[in-house]
Design a protein around this ligand. Structure first.
Ligand code: NAD
Length: 353
């Protein structure tokens, strides 16, 4: 029995998580023990803090964690260190996940939702961004100070050590081995010392994967190439801040925010799986939320934490079939397709498993 900690969260979180659990129970009956965990705004209401120690303990002891989304206007006036999003950082840190993996894949039936030129989208878009998650400028020293002249100033330090770069590079090369065997490492080595170290270590790691082709791109050029020739990318590896920005760019290339899953992985297989969207308070409780991003997180969890490739394939195929049938939630609806509810989308996917 595989133990899965489940964090429904706030807003549409419980809706998309509920749909995903139904899909997982259908595709692999009796194989999971799900344990629901309080985190985010609901945990603040009940326990006075966004990530109670008991919640984190359950996640740490589980084989994998599935998360909906947290936050909402109700908790906007909480002090910064007691906001729902603090729970997110806490659970990532507590699970020691350092690699955030975001696939950017265009489902053929949704090609018309791609904002890129038709001839570019038609070449196919299917790449993965491997973003370093626990280092770089977000975790360096932050300082606001006064200059000797009395002017206000601030600095944030970007720092990476060798082992942090090496372990994320290994994640990227291993992923590439199961795909088209191309890694693109993105940095700013023409300016940043950190990037020059990044490049040096990535090249060292590449020697262990002779079948994989390694390219380097500067981040400003990469942001252009992602729009110009997205079909040429397979696996992208990059540091925390560049990855944060480029993965949002990638999510728009492939359509709605409601469609995209993500996984955060550490040294073991105990991943944290979450859709990239937030709690969408504007549509919560109205059965409008697209559950596909979270359902695809379930498929990623099966594939990467549990090695259940066949079941993962079945979920992804069922999603593809539903889209081919022209069924759409509001966020991906276009003229000529049929509008259905979030729970309707879940039922249609289950019917095709
Ligand atoms: P959001 O992602 O919640 O919503 C942005 C827009 O996308 C909204 O119009 C929403 O209706 C739509 N949307 C999002 N997911 C959708 C889905 N599955 N189906 C259909 N439409 C969908 O971002 P936001 O409005 O900036 O943030 C709302 C709250 O979520 C905030 O409190 C924010 O801090 C929090 N947040 C949480 C996470 C997380 O838990 N990982 C991530 C981002 C934002």
């Amino acid at each position: 029995m595989k133990k899965v900690a489940v964090i429904p969260g706030d807003g549409i979180g419980p809706e998309v998580i509920g749909a995903t659990l139904e899909v997982l129970k259908k595709v692999a009956p009796g194989q999971f023990e799900f344990q629901s965990v309080a985190m985010g705004g609901n945990a603040i209401d009940k326990y006075g803090e966004p990530l109670p120690a008991e919640s984190l303990r359950i996640c740490q002891e589980a084989d994998a964690t599935l998360l909906g989304a947290v936050g909402g206007p109700k908790w906007d006036n909480q002090p910064p260190d007691n906001r729902p999003e603090r729970g997110l950082l806490g659970v990532r840190k507590g699970l020691k996940v350092f690699a955030n993996i975001r696939p950017a894949k265009i489902f053929a039936p949704l090609a018309s939702a791609c904002p890129l030129r038709k001839d570019i989208a038609e070449k196919g878009i299917d790449f993965i961004i491997v973003r370093e998650l626990t280092g770089g400028i977000y975790f360096g020293k932050h300082e606001a100070f006064k200059t000797p002249e009395g002017e206000r100033a601030a600095r944030d330090v970007m720092e990476y050590s060798e082992h942090e770069i090496r372990r994320i590079a290994h994640v990227a090369f291993k992923m590439a081995m199961g795909r088209r065997k191309i890694v693109t490492s993105i940095d700013k080595a023409n300016i940043l010392t950190v990037s020059r170290l990044w490049r040096e270590i990535v090249e060292e790691v590449a020697k262990e994967y002779p079948e994989v082709t390694l390219n380097h791109l500067y981040v400003d050029n990469a942001s252009m190439q992602l729009i110009r020739v997205p079909s040429e990318f397979d696996v992208i590896v990059t540091e925390n801040t560049f990855g944060d920005i480029l993965s949002d760019e990638a999510s728009q290339i492939v359509g709605s925010i409601g469609m995209i899953p993500s996984a955060s992985l550490g040294d073991n297989n105990r991943g944290l799986y979450e859709p990239i969207h937030g709690s969408a308070p504007d549509i919560a409780g109205q059965d409008k939320a697209n559950p596909i991003g979270t359902i695809l997180c379930g498929a990623m969890m099966l594939r990467w934490s549990f090695g259940m490739t066949e079941e993962a394939d079945r979920i992804e195929c069922a999603v593809d079939e539903v889209l081919k049938a022209g069924l759409r939630t509001g966020d991906i609806f276009t003229e000529g397709t049929k509008l259905i509810t979030g729970s309707g989308m879940k039922d249609e996917i289950i019917a095709r498993l």
